[in-house]
Design a protein around this ligand. Sequence first.
Ligand SMILES: [Ca+2]
Length: 263
Amino acid sequence: MKKKAAILSLAVIIVFSIPFTNICCDRIAKKNIEMPVEIGKIFRDSETGMVFVPIPAGSFEMGSNFGDSDEKPVHQVYINRLWLGKFEVTQGQWEAVMGFNPSCFPKGADYPVEQVSWEDVQEFIRKMNSQTGLNCRLPTEAEWEYACRAGTAGERYGVLFEIAWYRKNSHYETRPVGQKTPNSWGLHDMLGNVWELCQDWHDANFYKISPSRNPQGPSTGFFRVLRGGSWFNDEEYLRCAIRMNAAPSLRAFSLGFRLAMTR
Ligand SMILES: [Ca+2]
């Protein structure tokens, strides 16, 4: 964890209109995952252009026996169905809702927004929900890891160079969202590009006491959970199970988010 803290500190210093599109309604039998009738549909919000992918209810093994201590013990978790952003929230979407672009790499509407804190994101969500009538929020870290894995059980959901922007291929900057190969549920850049804020407070020992259904994290804490690694990180940080944390007020050029939605 000391290494994680050092990486984030360094980052600080340097500073989706188509309504429901039915593509496929096949039922897919997959162990422990209840594929819903919605699988294959997407939802695009007409106000923001934000695209959401349906995440089926199901169970998965959360954590890693090969990662850091806060990724253990591996434990089974059940997640209710939800919708999750197909992409990281972009600079164009942030600016449309908030009226400004805070990003360190303000290079275009399709780039992920960064330099936004957990607290900033709560204001973005409040305004976006008010404008759109949607019910958006940050995903829990259990929802995030479940969606990242998309039915896989390894350290990653594909070959890293093909699925993620990270230190070895990013040229030390963010990249437009959606250019890398998505996971099997259609989610892009779950690993890499920008770290993604989650709803939960971080507790390194939470997995020892975690509820088995829809865990929400500890009720209090000092740091919020980040997931997935960024353009700035080496491959050891680009894993489905890795857990990073940051103060709720922290803004960093490697830190962004994607939204969850319940309807
Ligand atoms: Ca990401």
